[in-house]
Design a protein around this ligand. Structure first.
Ligand code: FES
Length: 192
């Protein structure tokens, strides 16, 4: 995607946070999708955001059987976090032995967490309500706090984290779709 790069200075800045969060990051993600770059401008917003999520745009290429390859625009939500505080705030993710995450990749990367934009209830797109300081889903009223923890409504779990990495000076995310309506995170599909 044109312009979808992060400057090296930005990456160096991000790199300062890596040792702090290293305990939450596996050496290598074992998720098996492909990676999409994030835009430099929006990632810059995320670097400076506190207690305010940032909507991050990206493009992904899909190929269905005999149909031509197609590029789709989508978005995710990103938050800037203190790793220890975030882990304490999301027991629905870090629920394995010794606080191990229930997803096969680092949840906090470079000091950020990326959320799927799909509500874990039935997959609607939730939005950030800045006056309430919460994420609200318009479909059936599920509410999540800044950390994505489920506060109220019919959703069975908190917001789903997605993989994030830096590769050759470019910040990239992986799109994963999780099954809705279940307390456990069950992968339905990866971007491939
Ligand atoms: S899809 Fe979000 S509350 Fe139902």
């Amino acid at each position: 995607m044109a312009g979808a790069v992060v400057t090296m200075s930005g990456v160096i800045g991000l790199g300062l946070a890596i040792p702090i969060v290293g305990g939450l990051i596996p050496e290598q993600s074992s998720a098996s999708g492909t990676w999409s770059p994030l835009t430099k401008v929006e990632l810059g917003e995320l670097e400076t955001a506190t207690q305010k999520p940032v909507r991050l745009s990206f493009s992904m290429t899909t190929k269905d059987a005999y149909l031509p390859e197609e590029t789709m625009e989508d978005y995710v939500w990103g938050i800037k976090v203190d790793p220890a505080r975030f882990q304490a705030a999301r027991p629905d993710i870090f629920n394995g032995a010794g606080g191990k995450a229930d997803v096969p990749y680092g949840v906090v990367n470079m000091g950020f967490v990326i959320f799927s934009p799909l509500c874990p209830h039935l997959g609607c797109r939730y939005q950030w309500d800045s006056s309430a300081g919460q994420f609200h889903c318009p479909c059936h009223g599920s509410v999540y706090n800044f950390d994505g923890a489920h506060l109220s409504g019919p959703a069975p779990r908190g917001l789903d984290p997605l993989p994030l990495r830096e590769q050759s000076g470019i910040a990239q995310l992986m799109w994963i779709r999780y099954k809705s309506t279940t307390p456990d995170r069950i992968v339905i599909s990866y971007q491939s």
